[in-house]
Design a protein around this ligand. Structure first.
Ligand code: PGA
Length: 246
């Protein structure tokens, strides 16, 4: 049983519509009734739902975040794109950056670094995703990859301790696979050590569900979880949160 302050990030990816928002009433009710456990729930829906969701969550403890942004901090001729200040304007407080689904379609550490800087400037809090691919893991390159992503994505950023890091092995996302617990503990310690005394909050993400949370919650160095698929179902999401504190 943990009495730590825990983060639960719901990454909805490209799922959800206005009707889906009704399903959050049970999560709001759950969060209001949970007096003894300390946690923060941040919903990151598609951009189309940020405004309606932030209105709906106004008098609740739940927060809203975005899933990505354009790197340009100013308005500009970038058809189809949205920048960090536009996301802030419609109610986002957090933003997920560096998700492997975006890295896989060409997003580099350098671009992520620009996005982080623009999002900090806009007043958003950052959730930076890092993690190795299966190939990198097989070649024993996990630490090397994590070190490089941390160094390059956070280049010239001062208050690194304000940034939430989500360790998400690429091979665990949406596959039902999670790392062996001792490997996961080692990766979390490795990430923590990269930051020295002022370590940021470190979350785990990748196939978190109501079954494996019983094992994952035993990793004391974790500050929470980034949940994809299971977060789209309020019952499953609440179950994960409840079991974290059991
Ligand atoms: P998953 O997604 O929980 O569905 O594996 C996690 C993520 O993409 O952040």
């Amino acid at each position: 049983m943990t009495n730590k302050y825990m983060y639960f990030i719901a990454n909805w990816k490209m799922f959800g519509n206005l009707r889906t928002l009704n399903s959050l009433d049970s999560v709001i009710k759950f969060s209001n009734s949970s007096k003894k456990n300390k946690f923060k729930i941040i919903y990151c829906p598609p951009n189309t739902l940020i405004r309606p969701l932030s209105k709906r969550l106004k008098k609740t403890k739940l927060l809203v975040g975005a899933q990505n942004c354009h790197h340009n901090e100013n308005y500009g001729a970038f058809t189809g794109s949205v920048n960090a200040k536009m996301l802030k304007d419609v109610g986002a407080k957090y933003i997920i950056l560096g998700h492997s689904e975006n890295r896989q379609s060409g997003e580099t550490d350098k671009l992520i670094n620009l996005k982080i800087k623009s999002a900090i400037k806009a007043g958003l809090k950052i959730i930076l995703c890092i993690g190795e691919t299966l190939n990198e893991k097989r070649k024993n390159k996990t630490n090397q990859v994590l070190a490089k992503q941390i160094k390059n994505c956070l280049k010239s950023i001062n208050k690194k301790s304000d940034i939430v890091i989500a360790y998400e092995p690429v091979w665990s996302i949406g596959t039902g696979l999670i790392p062996k617990l001792d490997n996961l503990s080692k990766s979390i310690s490795f990430i923590k050590n990269k930051f020295g005394k002022k370590s940021p909050k470190i979350l785990y993400g990748g196939s978190v569900n109501g079954n494996n949370i019983a094992q994952l919650k035993d990793i004391n160095s974790l500050d929470g979880f980034l949940v994809g698929g299971a977060s789209q179902n309020s019952k499953k999401f609440i179950d994960i949160i409840k079991k974290t504190f059991n």
